[in-house]
Design a protein around this ligand. Structure first.
Ligand code: PGA
Length: 249
């Protein structure tokens, strides 16, 4: 297990000003030398980005957005935030292609535009891919993943600013995680897909979907996985710290 693993907290539509205190606990924890290489990223709702940037200023914790609009230019898009605005406030990461946004209409084409826009602004991208339960049952997993990768990365040159987050949709928020053997096999297949498209030697692949302090000992056995995208369990700082400790110990 390498130390420079990613632990990305996806708070989704949770968190208010009181949640900032829980981040302070994680900052304190992250100062321990043992975890000096660990890369912690918080992706709170847009409303908390500025606050968390201030709180984490003197730490190595990074802040990201959970989504962005595809337009690189300002425009009449009520309620939207683009990568220019995310960059201008000082965030370093953006999650793109999360299944909850694919469900709301983010096609592979729109995701491709968002990735291009984020790269232009030099943001690091957490690019989510994953199959639904129906697709899995119909043996479509690899077809779906390959098309999400291929179309999402269309006309984008290989680079190291994209972290691939494999999140089976049937695992998100359900408490169900793939069996270790199956997950290992799937991540290897994804790695091969990315290498085939991009000729990138070591794509960074992380896993997301019901990661918690109980299943982390099992998940961390898969050496191909370079970190975790954590929803529910990241909202409680004790659980989040526990996950990091167990992974690195
Ligand atoms: P979960 O969410 O950990 O609550 O399953 C993960 C995600 O949606 O990124």
């Amino acid at each position: 297990m390498t130390n420079n693993m990613f632990f990305i907290a996806n708070w989704k539509m949770f968190g208010d000003f009181r949640s900032v205190n829980s981040v302070k606990k994680v900052i304190k924890f992250s100062k321990n030398k043992k975890y000096s290489k660990v890369q912690i990223v918080y992706c709170p709702p847009y409303t908390l980005i500025d606050k968390l940037l201030r709180v984490t200023k003197n730490s190595k914790i990074k802040i990201g957005a959970q989504n962005c609009h595809f337009s690189q230019n300002p425009g009449p898009f009520t309620g939207s935030i683009n990568t220019d605005l995310i960059k201008s406030i000082g965030a370093k990461y953006v999650i793109i292609g999360h299944s909850e946004n694919r469900l709301l209409g983010d096609s592979n084409h729109i995701i491709n535009l968002k990735i291009k826009s984020a790269l232009k602004k030099k943001l690091k991208i957490i690019f989510c891919i994953g199959e639904t339960l129906k697709e899995k049952r119909n043996n479509k997993t690899n077809t779906i993943l390959s098309s999400q990768i291929r179309r999402g990365l269309k006309n984008i040159n290989k680079n190291n600013d994209i972290i691939f987050a494999y999140e089976p949709v049937w695992s998100i928020g359900t408490g169900i995680v793939p069996k270790t053997k199956n997950l290992e096999k799937q991540v290897l297949t994804i790695k091969k897909m990315i290498i085939k498209i991009w000729k990138l030697k070591n794509p960074k692949i992380i896993y997301g979907g019901s990661v918690n302090q109980k299943n982390i000992n099992e998940l961390k056995k898969i050496s191909l996985i370079k970190g975790f995208l954590i929803g529910g369990a990241s909202q409680n700082y004790k659980n989040f710290i526990d996950i990091i400790k167990k992974t690195i110990n």
